[in-house]
Structure formats: C-alpha cells, structure tokens
Design a protein around this ligand. Structure first.
Ligand SMILES: [Zn+2]
Length: 133
C-alpha cells in the first residue's frame, strides 16, 4: 500500500491534518497554493503558515445542480479560520438551512475520495459542524 495523497497540495495529512497557506511577507495576505506574486501588493516573498483547523462559517451556498457525477445537494462555504478565509464544502451534516447556519463553528475534516488503479488513496477535505458540548 502506498501513502494516501492529499487532493490539494495545501492539505497536510498525518496525525493532525491541517491546511497550509502562503502568507505574503510584505502585506500578510494569505493564499492557498503556490503563487509567484501577491495579488494584493505584488510582493514575491511568502512564508508558509499553518491555518487553524477550526473556524466560523461566514457564507455558504447550497448547491443543487452540479456536473454529472457530483452528488447534490452539497454545501459550498467560506470559513473564517482565525482570520484566514477558506473555501470548502461543509460536510458530515445535512445540506439544508436547518443544519447549516451562518456563524456556526466548524472544524476541518478529511475523507477518502477513493483509490486509483494503483491503490493510492486520495484524501479530500471539508469542514464539519462542531457538536455542541
Ligand atoms: Zn502582499
């Protein structure tokens, strides 16, 4: 068996999966995925920073129609993780307005997207509601 691979290169797996963003050393804007220049100030130096694995749902859309093969409905959201905006799906809950509400607390969750012909498993991520204690 091979090691599972994250579906995007800014998802870091392991015992405590988390997202990594590039932070512009000049203006502190954060981006996911490697880029050559900062979209805010055109700076070209970045530090890699760990993004908080918990956050608050800032905005969401319940997607009812999608490309063939994509299960609908699903919830596409923008999560504020301690100041970093993350675009991700809200998972492990029912995709309706009763279960998905603005401002709710969510946490990073990973899931298997299946394996390819060589048995390499791909891991995707989303955010799931944090159960009220
Ligand atoms: Zn910048």
């Amino acid at each position: 068996m091979s090691e599972p691979i994250p579906i995007v290169n800014y998802l870091v797996l392991g015992e405590a999966p988390h997202l990594v963003s590039y932070e512009c050393t000049n203006c502190k804007a954060r981006f996911f995925g490697r880029r050559n220049a900062c979209a805010s100030c055109f700076g070209s130096e970045f530090n890699q920073v760990e993004v908080a694995t918990t956050g608050e749902l800032r905005s969401f859309t319940i997607v009812a129609f999608a490309a063939p093969g994509v299960e609908v409905p699903f919830v596409s959201g923008i999560i504020d993780c301690d100041g970093t905006s993350v675009n991700a799906n809200i998972i492990n809950t029912k995709p309706d307005p009763e279960h998905v509400v603005l401002g709710m607390k969510v946490q990073l969750a990973t899931y298997s997207m299946g394996a390819d012909a060589d048995g390499v498993e791909a891991i995707g991520f989303g955010f799931e509601p944090i159960e009220a204690a």
